[in-house]
Design a protein around this ligand. Structure first.
Ligand code: GTP
Length: 189
C-alpha cells in the first residue's frame, strides 16, 4: 500500500459558544488530560493519528475561539475542512441555541445543504445543572442529519467517540479517500 493510501488526512473544526469546553475536549482527546482553569482560546491546531475501522487517519483538529450570533465565520473554518464538531454545554440552553446559528453559517458559507458534523453536549458530569435534555440534543442533530453524543472532558467520557463519529460522518459522505472537501462558494483571497 502506498503511504498516501495508508494515512488519510482529515481536517476537523471544533466550534461552539464561549466556555462550553471546546479546548478541554480537544486537549483531553490529544493529551489525555483535563485542565480546570479557563483560558479563552484564540485558535489552536493539534494533530493526532487515529486508527478507526482498520484505517489510519492523520487528524488535524482546529480548536476555535468561541462564537456568538454576531461572529462572522472565519473562512479558515470552512475552506478545506472535512468535518465539524459543534459543541454546546448541557448546562447552558443559550449555548445549545447557538448550535443552529453556527450550523446555518457554515451551510451558507459553504453553499451546501449538508455537512459532515457531530453535535456534542459537553460537561455531562454536571448533571445537577443540566438545562438541555438528551432528547433535545438528539432531535436537533437528526434535523441536521448529524451524529450526536454527550461527553465529559473532565471524566474523559465519550471523548474519543466524538472524533470517531466525526470521521464516520466524513467517510459516509466521501467514500473515496483523500478528497479535498467541496464548497460551492467563490472566495476572493
Ligand atoms: N465540569 C466540567 N467542566 C468542564 C468540562 N469541560 C470544560 N470544563 C470547564 O469549562 C471551562 C471552559 O472550558 P474551555 O475548554 O476553556 O472552553 P472553550 O469552549 O474552549 O472556551 P473558549 O476558548 O472561550 O471558546 C473551564 O473552566 C473548564 O475547566 C467538563 O467536561 N466538565
Amino acid at each position: 500500500m502506498a503511504p498516501a493510501e495508508k494515512l488519510k488526512k482529515r481536517k476537523i473544526a471544533v466550534l461552539g459558544s464561549r466556555s462550553v469546553g471546546k479546548s478541554s475536549l480537544v486537549i483531553q482527546f490529544i493529551n489525555n488530560e483535563f485542565v480546570e482553569s479557563y483560558y479563552p482560546t484564540i485558535e489552536a491546531t493539534f494533530t493526532k493519528s487515529v486508527k478507526y475501522k482498520g484505517a489510519e487517519y492523520d487528524c488535524e483538529v482546529i480548536d476555535t475561539a468561541g462564537q456568538d450570533e454576531f461572529s462572522i465565520l472565519n473562512s479558515k473554518h470552512a475552506i478545506g475542512i472535512h468535518g465539524y464538531v459543534l459543541v454546546y454545554s448541557v448546562t447552558s440552553k443559550a449555548s445549545f441555541d447557538m448550535i443552529q446559528i453556527v450550523y446555518d453559517k457554515i451551510i451558507a458559507f459553504c453553499g451546501v445543504t449538508d455537512i459532515p458534523c457531530v453535535v456534542v453536549g459537553s460537561k455531562v458530569d454536571l448533571e445537577s445543572s443540566r438545562q438541555v435534555t438528551p432528547r433535545d440534543g438528539e432531535k436537533l442533530a437528526q434535523e441536521m442529519n448529524a451524529a450526536w453524543v454527550e461527553t465529559s472532558a473532565k471524566t474523559n467520557f465519550n471523548v474519543t467517540k466524538v472524533f470517531e463519529l466525526c470521521l464516520a460522518e466524513i467517510e459516509k459522505r466521501a467514500p473515496r479517500t483523500g478528497e479535498v472537501p467541496q464548497t460551492n462558494r467563490c472566495v476572493v483571497m
